[in-house]
Design a binder for this molecule. Structure first.
Ligand code: ZN
Length: 195
């Protein structure tokens, strides 16, 4: 297994829709294992394959004890609204914003061996599934911000120091510097950050 390097905003792979997995085998298993290890190494709540430079529809997650991976995920339904939790992204470090997301989602996909699975999630896990599904479509959560939050995010990203922030984050990740996915939730403290 290996910890992979996480691609930062500005990398075209983050803006390229990922393609469906068609081969279930050793390569896919190794990718999922490496993504899990990478996600844990930065205390991430989730990680999508494009974030490690692989344009396949795969993501991993670890939220409040729920942990796993999904291959070729498809959101089946989304209900309700959650507004309160901050969302951040491992590929857009150093900033986080409250972003409305559906409160309850149903997701289907496959495990690493090709077995179909269906998952239901609420709250932070539902937020994670929506965030990671966006990544697979080449979309970042900051694209969904509006008004002052959007302007603030764009300002932060365009700021001349932002490249220094991403470099600093890459070097300090192992000491769990991250963005602020989930600050203030019921199990904050050592809660995972970023996705
Ligand atoms: Zn992300």
């Amino acid at each position: 297994m290996a910890v992979l390097s996480i691609r930062m905003i500005g990398d075209p792979v983050l803006r390229t829709p990922a393609v469906e997995v068609t081969e279930y085998g050793h390569e896919l298993a190794r990718l999922v294992q490496n993504m899990l290890e990478t996600m844990h190494s930065v205390r991430g709540a989730g990680l999508a394959a494009p974030q490690v430079g692989v344009g396949l529809r795969v993501f991993t997650y670890a939220v409040d004890g729920a942990e796993g991976h999904v291959v070729n995920p498809e959101l089946l339904s989304a209900e309700g609204v959650q507004n309160d939790d901050q969302e951040g992204c491992l590929s857009v470090p150093g900033i986080g914003f409250a972003l409305p997301r559906a409160e309850l989602v149903q997701l289907r996909g496959f495990d690493v061996t090709g077995q179909p699975m269906q998952l239901e999630a609420e709250g932070m896990l539902a937020r994670c599934f929506q965030h990671e599904s966006d990544h697979l479509d080449g979309r970042l959560y900051i694209d969904r911000l509006q008004g002052d939050d959007r302007r603030a995010a764009m300002r932060a990203i365009r700021h001349s120091q932002y490249n220094a922030v991403t470099t600093d984050t890459l070097t300090k990740r192992s000491s769990s510097v991250g963005s602020v996915f989930g600050i203030g939730g019921p199990s904050s403290g050592r809660r995972r950050t970023g996705a």
